[in-house]
Write a protein that binds this ligand. Structure first.
Ligand code: KIV
Ligand code: ZN
Length: 513
């Protein structure tokens, strides 16, 4: 049994399937590069048959990203497999990941197929994939609820057909750790050619057990874990990469199994994914939450001052939290900029670094301190970020029982002051209506999410807003102790990213406060 666990990251495939987490091509490429720097073994870059955009993203990642194996997902259908093969072809190391459901409920209700037909399709798919790519992974979808005899048969047949990796997904997050670990053990013991394949697991988090189930599988011989940054994924998500990796590292006394992950890149990668998807990380999330290393109570602070190990089982630095962060400004050099981007999970070199540095310098001339959000924006808009077309000057919102909520805003749009008032179904709604009345295009609101960064009623609130205008989907974020102000800032941030957005001719009903 190898003591190396392969980390298969599916943030760009299962993670991207999370409601509201879709990413565009550039965003997917940035995440893929960050995953390579993080040291994942396999990047599942997407589902090429799903859309031309998905195909393009997998193909570009396979072309540009070096280091990890690049996998493309395919149902056990000839067309899916052809498309996946074409998409992953340019990769240094390519893998086709093909799957078919094996549980009675999926075979009867979804596929309307007999088990023998499913088995034949799986074998044909693996053979076809094997003829088109050097490496094939087969997944028995809903393996957690599949009958063991059938699972043994289909796994034996797909290994014989050429699958090098056999993935056992707990697709609906139904398993308990002991049960799931027992399944892996039994499969490895009962399938006659099981030693010819690496056993992998893919656990969903519907009952909050995805990480526990994955670890139980590792204890029972699984040597690939499929996981995602921040635990993104369908419904309640997948096993979170940072948790799996840090458990193995922190409890190396129990698990003498290594991964290839550079753990100091975990937090930067988490931030990058959160920023790009607009999906905030809850403050109390293990490893990557804002409070994961915060000590509030007096007793804890006293203990920490006496010895860090009193209340910390790993150091914040070991997962990439920075204690002494340099503030970037106009005196910062290229090396500092490169290093800050690297901390954010983005490696810049050569001409790209020179170009970004020029934008940075121009922005630093206009703005004293340059924050991470500015650095991310530079990648998208160059130094145009500070010439934000819309800025919030003031906001007053009033609401109360029995009163109609109302908001009055003043915005600076391309250097000119514009004011509006509006009523709404609450102060945030009123503020959004007032802001939106002043600009166009103003997009359709797809997502509004509030996350408290710190505890208590004086908490900093972080709001994420997602807008759609035609094909374009943009995310905006805003932070403030006043949640209405944080919301307005998030909306304005998103509006600033909409191409062609400008001041609207003021409608009489909204003009003049
Ligand atoms: O959850 C699942 O079963 C999947 C498979 C495609 C591996 O995502
Ligand atoms: Zn899944």
């Amino acid at each position: 049994m190898s003591d190396r666990l392969y980390i298969f990251d599916t943030t760009l495939r299962d993670g991207e399937q999370s409601p509201g987490c879709s990413m565009n091509l550039d965003e997917k490429l940035r995440v893929a590069h960050a995953l390579a720097v993080l040291g994942v073994d396999i990047i599942e870059a997407g589902f090429p048959i799903a859309s031309p955009g998905d195909f393009e993203a997998v193909h570009r990642i396979a072309t540009d990203v070096r280091g990890p194996i690049i996998a493309g997902l395919a149902r056990a259908h000839p067309k899916d497999i052809e498309r996946a093969a074409e998409a992953v072809k340019p990769a240094e190391q390519a893998r086709i990941h093909t799957f078919i459901a094996t549980s009675p409920i999926h075979m009867q209700a979804k596929l309307r197929m007999q088990p023998d037909e499913v088995l034949a399709m799986a074998v044909a798919a693996v053979k076809q994939a094997r003829s088109l790519a050097p490496e094939v992974e087969f997944s028995a979808e809903d393996a957690g609820r599949s009958e063991m005899d059938f699972l043994c048969r289909i796994i034996e047949a797909t290994i014989a057909a050429g699958a090098r990796v056999i993935n056992i997904p707990d697709t609906v997050g139904y398993m308990t750790p002991q049960e799931f670990g027992g399944r892996i053990k039994e499969l490895r013991e009962r399938v006659p050619n099981s030693d010819k394949a690496i056993f992998s697991v893919h656990c969903h988090n519907d009952l909050g057990l995805a990480v526990a189930n994955s670890l139980s599988a590792v204890e029972n011989g699984a040597r690939q874990v499929e996981c995602t940054i921040n635990g993104l994924g369908e419904r309640a998500g997948n096993a979170s990469l940072e948790e799996v990796v840090m458990i193995l590292r922190t409890r190396s006394d129990r698990y003498s199994i290594e991964t290839g992950i550079d753990t100091t890149k975990i937090v930067p990668t988490s931030k990058l994914v959160s920023q790009i998807t607009g999906m905030p990380v809850q403050a109390n999330k293990a490893i990557v939450g804002a409070n994961a290393f915060a000590h509030e109570s007096g007793i804890h602070q006293d203990g920490m001052l006496k010895h860090q190990k009193t209340y910390e089982i790993m150091t914040p630095e070991s997962v990439g939290w920075k204690t002494n962060r340099m503030v970037l400004g106009k005196h910062s050099g290229r090396a500092a900029l490169k290093s800050r981007y690297a901390e954010l999970g983005i490696e810049l070199d050569g001409d790209e670094l020179i170009a970004v540095f020029e934008h940075f310098k121009r922005l630093a001339d206009k703005k004293k301190d340059i924050f991470d959000e500015d650095l991310m924006a530079i990648l998208e808009h160059g130094d145009d970020v500070e010439s934000e077309r819309v800025k919030l000057i003031s906001l007053h919102a009033a609401s109360g029982t029995g009163d109609t909520p109302v908001a009055a805003v003043e915005l600076e749009i391309e250097g000119q002051s514009h004011k509006a008032t509006a009523e709404g179904d609450g102060p945030v709604d009123a503020a959004f209506k007032a802001i939106k009345s002043l600009v166009e295009p103003n997009g359709k609101l797809l997502l509004y999410a509030v996350n408290a960064i710190t505890a208590g009623t004086d908490a900093q609130g972080e709001v994420t807003v997602r807008l759609q205008n035609g094909e374009r989907i943009v995310n905006g974020q805003g932070k403030d102790t006043d949640i209405v102000v944080a919301s307005a800032k998030a909306l304005i941030d998103a509006l600033n990213k909409l191409p062609g957005m400008h001041a609207r001719k003021v409608h009489a009903q909204y003009s003049g406060v």
